[in-house]
Design a protein. Structure first.
Length: 131
């Protein structure tokens, strides 16, 4: 499971760009009063500096309630299927309906390649909280 960097929903996109420009993170958890959303930077188009000043992160983020995630006990195959169906790079992982982390397409592909090349372990079917 991955934890995403949490950013303020009321922050302007320009402020966000300046504070995250040199980070290798592409997915962010946008949190605010009565709002939780997912911001996938890759999905955003080119934006002028004028628009960046006016746009707030909550306007760019997809509300978490609109993203189909997976439950902790579901398989990696189910997670990959949901990522593909929604054309996303990241989805939430839930336990008893509460978001406890996120799974990324890159993480799943990494595990798939390693398991195909070097064999799988019996506990690889489900997500590990230690990742």
């Amino acid at each position: 499971l991955h934890q995403l960097i949490e950013v303020n929903a009321e922050k302007s996109f320009l402020e966000f760009v300046h504070s995250n420009l040199n980070k290798d993170q592409e997915n962010f958890l946008v949190k605010g009063k009565n709002f939780s959303g997912l911001l996938e930077v890759k999905r955003l188009g080119k934006t002028s500096p004028e628009a960046q000043k006016k746009l707030l992160l909550r306007q760019l983020a997809v509300p978490l309630r609109e993203v189909k995630g997976v439950e902790l006990q579901e398989s990696a195959y189910t997670a990959f299927k949901r990522l593909t169906e929604q054309q996303r790079d990241v989805i939430p992982v839930k336990q008893k309906g509460k978001v406890i982390g996120f799974v990324t397409r890159n993480c799943l592909m990494h595990h798939l390649i390693w398991n195909l090349k070097y064999g799988s372990r019996s506990n690889d079917r489900h997500y590990s909280k230690k990742e």
